[in-house]
Ligand binder design. Structure first.
Ligand code: ATP
Ligand code: MG
Length: 289
């Protein structure tokens, strides 16, 4: 089974991760995310994605979670730049539709999982069910759940469902990498103010985002609990400092490249029968005028 590439930002598997100790600013020297480094990363990812598609065995699932204005969209855009668009799919998960509420909470993400050979990106994900819903448990009232609600057990139960599904997917060839883009509260404030000040960013401003900011500590507690319970060697979380966007993008790209390089992707090799066919086809083509 796939094993998490190591990184300074890997969330440990033993439950010892603390949001309060996770850095929101770069923790390594140098900024290898400029100019030729960035172009080289793009080229590597492009090649790895082609071999992934040709091999048609593994699929890759990239999950992005973050507070508002952490830079999920721009990171996805930057990291996937240069990758064949037919080889990847991006899905954004917002408030569930009535069709989605007619199913269990894993349904809407499950039907959008990447097929073999593809990279699937989740911009928000099933994790919202133990993040925004945990912070606002009144949302459970819309979810048509049967029987009595038990707020003491429901989050652990949901986290167990998510973790077990990830283990199942990993056993069956999905490489899962999960990124929590860890923006500081101060930097979020700066970015919200920039959205108010800059006419080109006004469209991004949502008053609701400022209300959610008021629940910051509850969100951090929910993240800590979800990340600790679901960061595993086959489905690791990385808590990436998000206050410096170019640095964040470079770290995310680097982890994806390391992961894809570690699974031994290679172009399918022709069998002896294929080679005999090739020889016959070559002879036919050569004789043809
Ligand atoms: P952007 O603001 O950059 O367009 P976004 O991901 O913030 O992207 P929005 O439409 O602003 O998109 O917000 C989506 C909202 O839907 C978020 O507040 C998120 O918490 C909420 N959401 C996502 N999944 C669920 C869920 N399962 N239940 C309830 N709310 C959810
Ligand atoms: Mg939003």
């Amino acid at each position: 089974m796939f094993e998490a590439p190591d990184s300074k930002y890997l969330v440990p598997f033993d439950g010892s991760f603390e949001v309060a100790s996770a850095s929101t600013t770069p923790q390594t020297d140098g900024h290898p995310h400029k100019g030729k480094h960035r172009r080289r990363a793009t080229e590597k990812l492009n090649i790895l994605q082609r071999v992934l598609a040709a091999g048609d065995r593994h699929s890759v699932l990239l999950v992005f979670q973050a507070m508002d204005a952490a830079g999920k969209d721009s990171t996805i855009r930057a990291v996937m730049q240069g990758v064949d668009p037919s080889g990847c799919q991006v899905f954004s998960f917002k408030k569930p539709s009535s069709l989605e509420l007619d199913h269990d909470f894993l349904w809407r993400t499950t039907v959008r999982l990447p097929e073999r050979g593809r990279i699937g990106i989740f911009n928000r994900s099933q994790y919202e069910e133990v993040l925004v819903v945990r912070v606002h448990p009144e949302i459970l009232g819309y979810q048509k759940l049967p029987g009595e609600l038990n707020l003491e057990t429901i989050w652990d139960e949901r986290i167990t469902s998510i973790r077990q599904q990830e283990e199942h997917l990993a056993r069956n060839g999905t490489v899962i990498l999960k990124f929590w883009l860890n923006v500081s509260k101060d930097e979020q404030k700066r970015r919200f103010l920039a959205r108010l000040d800059d006419p080109a960013k006004n469209w991004k401003f949502e008053p609701g985002d400022v209300r959610e900011r008021g629940h910051w500590d509850d969100y951090m507690a929910a993240y800590q609990s979800a990340l600790n319970a679901t960061s595993r060697p086959w489905a690791p979380w990385y808590a990436i400092p998000a206050d410096d966007k170019p640095y964040m993008r470079a770290r995310v790209a680097g982890i994806i490249i390391d992961a894809l390089q570690s699974i031994g992707l290679r172009y399918p090799q022709p069998s002896d029968e294929d080679r005999a066919e090739f020889a016959a086809s070559r002879a036919a083509l050569t004789a043809d005028d």
